[in-house]
Design a protein around this ligand. Structure first.
Ligand SMILES: Nc1ncnc2c1ncn2[C@@H]1O[C@H](COP(=O)(O)OP(=O)(O)OP(=O)(O)O)[C@@H](O)[C@H]1O
Ligand SMILES: [Mg+2]
Length: 281
């Protein structure tokens, strides 16, 4: 049975998609079979994995929305597409993704499946075909697709740029995770907080030192907020800023397929090793 991990934070541009596609690549290069689910209207994950952009009509009307619309009539397997990377399949986002919330409400009325539990049901149909399922999510705090991702997941990764706005968003997203655990009497483990786009500037060094080395916390309220509740949740690995990520947009494929030796790529491979250690697999 696949282990399902979602990448969630309600702040745009935090590194969710970059983390999703490169972590999936690291998993696949390590011999795993991976299913990626793109729940974001921007469809960036779909583009990195398949090279198709949102405006290019592809996948024959078989995206996430279409899967929801055909629920009960057509098997989930029919909505899974191969990607440019061996070992990775994808459920794509397309131009109908904005209609999903409404479609989920309809489904709840006609089929009695709770709108926020759709992915949990759908992915359980195909979970035995994969080692891991990764879900990329939109930059929203409490939207029905973020709820779907969290409720379908065993684990959550929260990527953060080390700034105040992202740290606020981290707390809200983790709050949602805990709320859902309570409301649905389930376990959604916070696997870790991942610092992304790290540059060795004075400010990031400051945050990282405080977070990792545990010094001076009492003297700085912002650092205290980050470090105290989350210090043991920060990954040892953090992702450096690097040009290879920009190149990867240009070439429309994950950075790990462009230059494995580039710093952010080495970081993503190290992250995968650390994740395995944390999950005990
Ligand atoms: N390690 C990195 N080095 C350099 N640039 C990066 C890195 N990680 C992400 N970026 C860039 O930062 C921007 C945001 O990254 P990404 O799309 O992964 O964030 P996101 O959280 O998925 O955003 P959204 O919430 O809009 O979906 C992108 O332009 C991406 O190329
Ligand atoms: Mg994204």
């Amino acid at each position: 049975m696949a282990i399902c991990i979602s990448i969630v934070v309600g702040k745009g541009g935090a590194g969710k998609t970059t983390t999703c596609v490169n972590l999936a690549s690291a998993m696949a290069m390590d011999g795993n079979k991976v299913l990626v689910v793109d729940t974001d209207t921007q469809a960036n994950t779909t583009m990195f994995l398949t090279s198709y952009k949102l405006n290019e009509k592809a996948f024959g009307g078989k995206g996430l929305f279409d899967m929801i619309r055909a629920w009960g009539l057509i098997d989930v397997e029919n909505y899974i597409h191969p990607t440019q990377i061996e070992g990775i399949d994808v459920i794509v986002s397309n131009d109908a993704t904005p209609l999903i919330p409404q479609q989920l409400e309809t489904l709840e009325k006609v089929a009695g499946i709770k709108a926020e539990e759709f992915l949990l049901h759908a992915l359980s149909e195909v979970a035995e075909n994969y080692d891991y399922i990764l879900i990329d999510t939109p930059p929203a705090q409490n939207d029905v697709l973020v709820q779907n991702a969290l409720l379908a997941s065993d684990h959550v990764i929260i990527p953060v740029k080390l700034d105040e706005q992202c740290i606020d968003a981290l707390k809200l997203s983790d709050g949602l995770r805990m709320q859902l655990e309570k409301d649905y009497d389930t376990e959604i483990n916070l696997l870790g907080i991942l610092p992304t786009m790290v540059e060795r500037t004075a400010l990031t060094s400051y945050y990282l030192d405080l977070a990792f080395v545990n010094k001076d916390r009492e003297e700085n309220p912002a650092a205290e907020e980050l470090a105290i509740p989350y210090a043991d949740k920060l990954f040892r690995t953090y992702i450096h800023k690097g040009n290879v990520i920009n190149e990867s947009s240009l070439y429309k494929k994950p950075a790990l397929l462009i230059n494995k030796k580039a710093k952010p790529c080495v970081d993503y491979v190290n992250l995968w090793a650390e994740i395995k250690e944390r999950m005990g697999v």
